[in-house]
Design a protein around this ligand. Sequence first.
Ligand SMILES: Nc1ncnc2c1ncn2[C@@H]1O[C@H](COP(=O)(O)OP(=O)(O)OP(=O)(O)O)[C@@H](O)[C@H]1O
Ligand SMILES: [Mg+2]
Length: 448
Amino acid sequence: MSSGSLDVIEFLLTTHLYDEHHELDANDLPPWVRQVFWHEGSVERPLRATVETAREATDLDRPWDAVSELMFTDRDEFSGTLELTQPDMAEQWFLDRAADRVAANPTLAFAFEDSPEVDVDYEAAREANRPLQADRAWIDSLLEEHFGEEDEEEDGENMLDLVDIHAPEEVEMTLDDLVLTENQEAEINKIVKAIEHREYLADIGLREIGKLLFVGPPGTGKTSTARALGYDLDLPFVEVKLSMITSQYLGETAKNVEKVFEVAKRLSPCILFMDEFDFVAKTRRSDEHAAIKRAVNTLLKSIDDISLIQDDVLLIGATNHPDQLDAAAWRRFDEIINFPKPDDQMRADILRVITREMDIEDFDPHALAERTEGLTGSDLRMVLREAVLDALTEERTDLTQDDLVRAVENFEERDNLKDLDMIEGDHDALVAGGDISGAGDGGHSHDH
Ligand SMILES: Nc1ncnc2c1ncn2[C@@H]1O[C@H](COP(=O)(O)OP(=O)(O)OP(=O)(O)O)[C@@H](O)[C@H]1O
Ligand SMILES: [Mg+2]
């Protein structure tokens, strides 16, 4: 039996049972079924199973062909509607072949919970099913509903340019891929617990929770950690760069800030990530444009007004320049989480994590860690990338410890370049021949 026919029958059974049991809601549909039925921000009954929707859900080019032989299926040639003529028979057929799939499909688990043929628990299936706010399709339909029409007006369009929204399913890095300090782990656990027990916290009147500030130098994992949290908690991730908000239409800035918070509330539960938070500090200086000052005040006020407990929005700010933040900005966060440059042990762990999929001869992460004092996680990734690319130029895909050591050395030279003063500084390094790569390739000299 091809899995194609199982997919199509599961699709037909799910839509059929979902329509029959009105106590079920969209969170009872597996994401792959749900995704084809979004309409203006909701999934409405009846779910129309057609050749078209079945194709989209199952990824089969010819879903009807996969089930046309079965005697309990029917297709309306004209409308493309697919139907189970004898649902009981379809259920039996499915249970005989794919009872193991029921646990991953809350709608089926609900219908078959009491059946002696499968051992499933509806609550557990629902718990394990990805919630709808984690679906890209849900996010898009919501944005379309609330901001779609404005697109034609002047400011609707650039609104969605201001924020970058990631569905959890799109996040590439999870917390497992990140090496965190003990303190970071403890803080993250705290927030995970707070989210789990939101209702309790609301009941006891603890509302000042759920605003985090990540501080640390570039490349220490602030953005990655925030995104990974979105993935692990199944929350959409709304990212905004504060400098972007002011880049275009100064007069609109305060309004844009309000809209960002509006988007976050509409998408809630979600994470609102505000990068470059030091922007707030810079613009509070007296010589700034009045519109920007207004925007910053709006921002601070919006932060006050938003709450994890009431609005289901977890706010995370990030900055490379904590020293520039004033008390007004600082006190709005209930937890400050430090992202220091990694120490020896962490660097070794990061090297281990980022090379997990690779086989490296004589790999000695500790030795590398000792040579990479001062480098961040992001630097280490770059080192690895260089080592891989260098090996590729020699037609090698097998890497050795030596390759990594060499890449570290090159990285350090490259890093020195960053500190050179390009105008008045060390001219030797700025003309070809006195090059910084040290490899002596000198191949790209320019005629001056
Ligand atoms: N502790 C870490 N463990 C694993 N990977 C890390 C770590 N820190 C940084 N990285 C990697 O470095 C890259 C850059 O990290 P990220 O963008 O999260 O840094 P950032 O702190 O947000 O930097 P910036 O301040 O420049 O925005 C990512 O690919 C990330 O996975
Ligand atoms: Mg970042």
